[in-house]
Design a protein. Structure first.
Lengths: 349, 349
């Protein structure tokens, strides 16, 4: 697919300037260009200013795809691998695409950075270069999960901070509130604290203190919620520490895969079942599509002084395009200043 | 269904003596008698000595069911409610069915106690009366989960201890190992530590210390596992603290319910889908049955100086019968002395 001239001209618009990481993830850089083409083929790409940061190989791939006139190539010399230890590469690979992206974001040359690379490295580098917002000790990774009512729940932290204090949990709650308000347009997001029972007496001391303090935050705190409530649609933001959040997220993934395998086996278990499956195939496909993780791809790194979005390493073009849309929504909604306002209100109170 | 005379006589056998709680759970006491009838109707009930502890109302229900000759009624005056705070009732309702059951277990009158009541109260009362095994600081609740390969994985702790030290995790690993060996007949159970990545550098300090120490335990420690691995069948025991375990367990439950709802909706979404679902119904029913939580019902409370099994409050007769079978297996396998041997070997080393 070639980009047409009219969208080329539209590219000089003044919409969000989004920089993508040309490295990282299972299918870079081709999936990056596929995702960009998807966006550029529709009106939603019209006012976007798009760039890809990476090595010469990335620039060449961009040329070969005929995208060089529509997308800016930002040169970088190093590549962060999935197996790189974040604490090491943060200081060693200073010319990596992540470092270059974060520096350009800090300097105001771009509005957001999207990467499907090494999560720990992305967080460490972003934190080092962008710093955190005033009042935020630790940034969090937030994941969007589908709910029974057809909505979405923001779940954070899903892996950035294994040990959290009550204050960290409060900060996550404020950021989650601001995100759902700004990027998803929910006026009064209901915020819950993940616990092992709905009663006040449950949980660790950190959680009990956080729950008590959340009552006085300027948000709609609904109290303790449990693992079974994550999909209920009765809460818009669920807060927990990064260890628990990561385990819960991967347990969801494992449960879904396990059940999907079992269903597949059952539907292949005999002639009658196969015939039934054939008839129900369009419905089953729609069901699968509804829960396609790509639909919810794009995990905001919240609390940084800059908009950074993590795409799943295995995301396809549609999934990566969704991560890009998350970044676009954050920019358009002015998420950072909204979090800043909320934090200063809270600090003054 | 009435119990026949031949099984009545067989009841004087010398098999495991299992005492059930006549209170607690959604459908007590009728479901208790249903479950006992299920067992007594088959050969597996032949050598069991069975009792139900509860108030006069329980004794009357037993009479009415015609079970009084086959099952012993053990009187208790108090009932622990689901809403009772464990820390309160442990000292206040000393004549509850749980207290009476635990005391009789301690005194050697029965071999195991099975209850579908308030989990926290069951744990607190059992701990107070039975004490823990030598070398165990805190008992854990273990849950059995199905795996992709058709096997089972023991997951602990799923809620008894919200804060755990590395030593507690080591003790859970030893108990899980002993359980899978004794009750499930797995010669060398593979034991994993739940973490947020397979690398050694991941996780909290408590987990890093536990992982290093587990290497030197006399068990097949396979290292860190993740939430996605819980169903893989590549590990027989997964160890974590009770907060994380409880969240993971409830997240599984929530994910399964969410997906089942979605599937149902999809299969009702039109004539063609409905026809397909009708054809595939036997296969779909078998699929549902395979993952019926009742099949895995019966959570051992491990580390107590006595065999106590928790049944899910919503378990049906088949589910409760499974919890009873768990208790029977533990008794027959001599689980307590096996854990004791393992603990003294470890303490000497």
């Amino acid at each position: 697919m070639n980009v047409q001239n009219d969208s080329l001209e539209a590219s000089s618009g003044l919409g969000p300037r989004i920089l993508l990481d040309g490295h990282g993830g299972d299918r870079a850089p081709s999936v990056v260009f596929d995702a960009l083409e998807l966006l550029l083929a529709t009106a939603e790409g019209d006012d976007l200013q798009l760039g890809v940061v990476g090595t010469d190989a990335v620039a060449e791939a961009m040329q070969a795809r005929g995208l060089a006139e529509r997308i800016v190539h930002v040169p970088a010399r190093d590549v962060i691998e999935m197996c790189d230890a974040p604490a090491v590469v943060v200081r060693r690979k200073k010319q990596s695409s992540m470092h270059v992206g974060a520096r350009l974001l800090r300097d105001g040359a771009w509005d957001a950075f999207v990467s499907a690379g090494n999560t720990g490295a992305l967080m460490a580098i972003s934190k080092l270069i962008l710093k955190t917002l005033n009042g935020i000790d630790r940034p969090a990774i937030a994941s969007m999960i589908p709910t029974r009512s057809g909505g979405k729940t923001l779940f954070l932290d899903v892996g950035a901070n294994v040990d959290c204090t009550s204050d960290h949990l409060l900060q996550f709650a404020l950021m989650g509130h601001a995100y759902m308000q700004a990027a998803e347009g929910i006026e009064k997001p209901r915020v819950g604290l993940l616990n092992i029972g709905s009663e006040d007496i449950k949980g660790t001391d950190v959680i009990k203190v956080a729950a008590a303090a959340m009552e006085s935050l300027p948000i709609a705190f609904v109290g303790n919620v449990e693992g079974t409530d994550l999909f209920s649609g009765e809460v818009d933001v669920v807060v927990c520490d990064g260890f628990v959040g990561n385990v819960a997220l991967k347990t969801m993934e494992g449960t879904a895969r396990f059940l999907a395998d079992g269903l597949k086996q059952a539907l292949l278990s005999g002639t009658r079942a196969r015939m039934g499956a054939m008839l129900a195939q369009p419905a089953l496909r729609a069901f699968r599509e509804q829960f396609n993780p790509g639909r919810y791809n794009g995990a905001p790194l919240l609390g940084l002084n800059g908009i950074v979005v993590k795409s799943h390493g295995s995301a396809d073009a549609e999934g990566l395009a969704n991560a890009l849309r998350v970044a676009v929504r954050e920019v358009r909604a002015g998420l950072l200043s909204r979090i800043n306002v909320l934090l200063s209100e809270w600090n003054e109170a």
